[in-house]
Design a protein around this ligand. Structure first.
Ligand SMILES: *[C@@H]1O[C@H](CO)[C@@H](O)[C@H](O)[C@H]1NC(C)=O
Ligand SMILES: *[C@@H]1O[C@H](CO)[C@@H](O)[C@H](O)[C@H]1NC(C)=O
Ligand SMILES: *[C@@H]1O[C@H](CO)[C@@H](O)[C@H](O)[C@H]1NC(C)=O
Ligand SMILES: *[C@@H]1O[C@H](CO)[C@@H](O)[C@H](O)[C@H]1NC(C)=O
Ligand SMILES: *[C@@H]1O[C@H](CO)[C@@H](O)[C@H](O)[C@H]1NC(C)=O
Ligand SMILES: *[C@@H]1O[C@H](CO)[C@@H](O)[C@H](O)[C@H]1NC(C)=O
Ligand SMILES: *[C@@H]1O[C@H](CO)[C@@H](O)[C@H](O)[C@H]1NC(C)=O
Ligand SMILES: *[C@@H]1O[C@H](CO)[C@@H](O)[C@H](O)[C@H]1NC(C)=O
Length: 781
């Protein structure tokens, strides 16, 4: 042992000698501050550095004209902040200073000279301020004793050698780019247990370790009241409550930090100095949806490759940029006149009213809720025990595949009725797990190799294969990774029944080596194939998709969950090496354009045309409003409307604009997609693209459908031609496709043309929503 220690010391000495010479050459900044010295926000070089340069301290920009005095890792790709003096009170970019006063106080002043933050160390005679190699900013006295150290007032990060004591709390940041104090805390609770706690404006609750289970289950002990915890430089975490764990890369070398992230997750990171990126080497075993408060009041966290939030029917996001503010009802709660909307596989944690428990029939559970004005809804479990939970607050909602609980949320009768109408329109609004979903961004520690590790964890935990920290991590971890991979696969099967990940060989076999090409779209060729189980499929080989496997998988699994009779169903995908392939149901009748523009005399009869107009509108409406607000099609044209056996339309290729790397609503699309003639004017003018661009393309398709003229073929612009034609003697009738031989419903023709002309308005604000189009077409007038 002694020999080993000596060896390490020699090694340390030697390596420090080497790094010191090389480091000091490029070191910029000050080593110490002495009384009356100050650092100015305006001078970029006013930075304190640690002896070997690992850490720097100075003014860090946290917003426009907002700075915090901070400590960060010098060598991470982006400055990784480990401590902030004034995270909740940033100072301006002019005339703010950190001053080491003559009286021994270290103060931060803003432009008006007001003291924003101070160490309160006057009369203790500190003689210098230094940033130690550990990342501790210290005030030292004559004999080198530490008068004050930043380690004693941590923000969201614990560094090796730093002790988390009784009085210390790690407090997460507010958001990915907002360093002010957030709602998550990590500290010793009153029972001497290190816990993660959501401490929000209205509610606080412990979420780790699982409060429903005895702490002994997790090997913790509440007996030691001295309450301290440290991370050593080998990557071993030790706590008086017996929470001990090791980094996966345990050993001397990498710089590490334990950070409570804004998403409520506690992660240990190691720095890869060759590229400056952080990799996660330990993670508290928490499923993202178990983090309390993530989706705010009324919000529901949806388990998936990435956790995401949604609002229940009748509710709307309170703040589109901040899920923690949850969802607000779109109605005035009215106890007298209420009904319930239903959400499958859903529950809300906690806040049960008294009248709760097993042995209730559904009817008595429902009536108990109706009878109590404090009841916001109830969860009923169809497990045979009649478990009925009445809720006084809807908080910490979660939705999980196969979870045997149905949540009934109390809403005024009108709202419940609208929800039922949606079902009647073939828009299964209550089935739409992705309603109002926005993916919660993970913090950007983009180490591709480990990105799958990130989302593995969620699955591993949710599926329940939780193994606590293992002392012999080495071989165990490698073995485990293999098992985790299988678990992820299983997770996906559960996530979207019938949605499958195919191997390349399977698809090669199914398509007889991609023999029969049945189409070619903007994303690549489509082949016909037959799966082992006899299903006929259309196999689309994507080109130019640069997404990594995990990202692609995540996107595609969302598209795979979309299930609507007017949308082509995706059955699976393949992401192997460079191959990115999608597997769809096969549409025997091919695309609509073949029928519409064929020269054959027997073209589509009117009733079929109207069905196609209506069905396409329903499909798009589902994409735009009911389900995924951010799914814009971006390439609506007859070629992308496929017809099934009954000549019912199904929209194909939706969601692909996302795969091609376009962003959602409110961003500028790259012009990867779109077909001339169908493009909305704002698209051509490179303005913001919204769902109204699809509405425009749909309008053009309608005009083609009634007139039988292709927007691509005709000499006059189609819209203009139709408008002229209407002005002539025949009026609307003159527009009708001559191949119909006058055999059509005049009222419907008029309606379609009117709707189409609304849809192709130049000003997108004047175009109707797709759901509005559906209701116009359905109206009996
Ligand atoms: C930093 O340099 C000192 C000598 O100045 C050396 O003793 C120490 O081991 C070095 N630390 C690191 C982390 O390189
Ligand atoms: C950070 O979040 C807080 C609380 O929501 C807010 O007041 C503040 O303006 C935000 N700061 C920035 C830079 O966005
Ligand atoms: C650094 O930050 C910028 C801006 O926030 C971001 O675009 C970039 O991806 C980050 N780089 C890394 C390596 O995290
Ligand atoms: C310096 O601080 C240390 C620890 O706080 C203390 O023990 C020591 O007496 C102080 N020395 C002087 C000269 O004040
Ligand atoms: C933490 O507590 C243990 C046991 O009470 C004690 O031995 C140890 O010295 C403490 N560590 C620190 C850094 O205070
Ligand atoms: C550090 O990054 C480099 C370059 O990306 C990579 O080759 C190396 O394997 C990484 N090291 C570790 C320990 O991850
Ligand atoms: C509900 O009914 C009670 C008595 O029947 C009445 O006093 C109250 O105003 C009603 N509340 C609402 C919101 O209609
Ligand atoms: C809801 O989704 C499930 C599974 O995707 C499906 O079986 C069911 O028919 C859907 N319900 C409605 C009302 O569409």
């Amino acid at each position: 042992m002694e020999v080993l220690l000596q060896f390490i010391f020699i090694l340390l000495f030697f390596s420090s000698f080497v790094t010191e010479t090389s480091a000091s050459a490029k070191l910029q900044g000050l080593q110490s501050l002495f009384p009356r010295d100050s650092l100015s926000v305006e001078n970029e070089d006013d930075i304190l550095v640690s002896p070997n340069g690992t850490f720097s301290a100075g003014f860090y920009k946290v917003g426009t004209n907002a700075y915090c005095f901070s400590i960060w890792f010098t060598n991470s790709a982006n400055r990784t902040v480990t401590w902030m003096a004034n995270r909740d009170k940033p100072v301006q970019g002019e005339q703010s200073n950190l001053i080491f006063q003559k009286n021994g106080n270290l103060v931060l002043t803003d432009a008006y000279g007001t003291i924003i933050w101070e160490t309160n160390t006057f009369n203790q005679d500190p003689v210098s301020v230094q940033l130690q190699e550990t990342g501790n900013l210290v005030l030292l006295n004559q004999t080198g004793g530490i008068i004050w150290g930043s380690f004693d007032s941590p923000t969201d990060t614990l560094l090796p050698h730093q002790t988390l004591r009784k009085a210390n709390i790690l407090v997460s940041a507010r958001g990915p780019n907002n360093y002010s104090s957030g709602y998550y805390n990590f500290h010793f609770n009153d029972n001497n247990i290190l816990s993660l706690i959501y401490n929000g404006p209205e509610i606080s609750s412990v979420y780790w370790p699982n409060p429903d289970v005895s702490v002994f289950t997790y090997g913790r002990t509440p007996y030691d009241s001295s309450r301290n915890a440290t991370l050593d430089e080998l990557g071993y975490f030790m706590s008086t409550d017996n929470l001990n764990f090791k980094a996966t890369d345990y050993g001397l070398g990498p710089k590490r930090r334990l950070t409570l992230n804004y998403d409520g997750m506690l992660r240990l990171y190691s720095l890869n100095e060759s590229n400056g990126l952080w990799k996660i080497t330990w993670l508290a075993n928490i499923n993202a949806c178990d983090v309390r408060g993530l989706c705010g009041q009324n919000g529901i966290c949806v388990y998936g490759p990435k956790a995401s939030c949604m609002c229940p029917p009748g509710f709307r996001r309170t703040d589109p940029s901040d899920w923690s503010k949850g969802c607000s009802p779109e109605f005035n709660p009215n106890c007298n006149n209420s009904e319930f909307v239903q959400l499958s596989h859903t529950d809300y944690y906690g806040y049960d009213l008294q009248n709760t428990g097993p042995g209730k029939s559904f009817g008595s559970c429902k009536n108990a809720c109706l009878a109590d004005c404090n009841c916001k809804g109830f969860a009923y479990q169809y497990t045979g025990q009649g478990n009925c939970y009445l809720k006084s607050i809807l908080f910490n909602g979660y939705q999980m595949p196969n979870y045997p609980s149905v949540m009934y949320i109390r809403v005024p009768s009108q709202i419940a009725t609208t929800a039922r109408d949606d079902v009647k329109l073939n828009i299964p609004a209550l089935n739409c797990s992705q309603r109002n979903v926005v993916i919660i961004q993970q913090p950007t520690e983009n180490n591709d190799k480990h990105s799958y590790f990130k989302y593995l964890i969620g699955f591993v935990v949710s599926i329940g294969i939780v193994e606590l920290i293992c002392i012999n991590f080495g071989w165990w971890f490698i073995k485990r990774i293999h098992r985790m991979r299988e678990v992820v696969d299983m997770g996906y099967v559960a996530l979207a029944v019938g949605f499958k990940r195919f191997t390349y060989d399977e698809l090669k076999k199914a398509t007889k080596n991609f023999k029969e090409e049945i189409g070619k779209g903007s994303f690549g060729a489509v082949y016909k194939g037959v799966l082992d189980d006899g299903r006929v499929v259309a196999v689309k080989r994507l080109e130019r998709i640069s997404q990594g496997e995990a990202e692609f998988w995540a996107e595609v699994s969302i598209i795979g969950r979309i299930n609507h009779m007017n949308l082509v169903r995706m059955w699976g995908f393949c992401a192997e090496d460079k191959h990115r392939i999608l597997v769809y149901e096969y549409m025997k009748n091919g695309s609509f354009d073949k029928f519409l523009f064929s020269n054959s005399s027997e073209s589509l009869v009117w009733t079929k045309r109207f069905d196609i107009a209506l069905g396409t509108a329903k499909g798009l409406s589902y994409l735009h409003e009911e389900c995924l607000e951010w799914i814009l099609h971006c390439d609506i044209k007859p070629q992308n409307i496929l017809l099934d056996d009954q000549l019912q339309p199904k929209v194909a290729d939706f969601g692909l604009s996302k795969l091609a790397g376009m962003k959602g609503i409110n961003s500028h699309f790259s012009k990867v997609r779109g077909t001339r003639g169908y493009l909305a004017p704002e698209w051509i003018m490179n303005q913001e693209i919204t769902s109204k661009a699809d509405v425009y393309s749909y309008g053009i398709v309608l005009l083609e459908l009634v007139s039988g003229r292709s927007v691509l073929g005709c000499q006059d612009p189609l819209v203009q031609w139709i408008e002229e034609k209407i002005k002539q003697d025949e009026g609307i009738e003159g527009v009708a496709d001559p191949r119909l031989n006058g055999d059509y419903n005049h009222k419907q023709l008029k309606k379609l043309i009117e709707v189409a002309l609304l849809c192709v308005r130049g000003d997108k604000k004047e175009r109707p929503d797709m759901s509005h189009v559906v209701s116009i077409l359905l109206r009996d007038d």
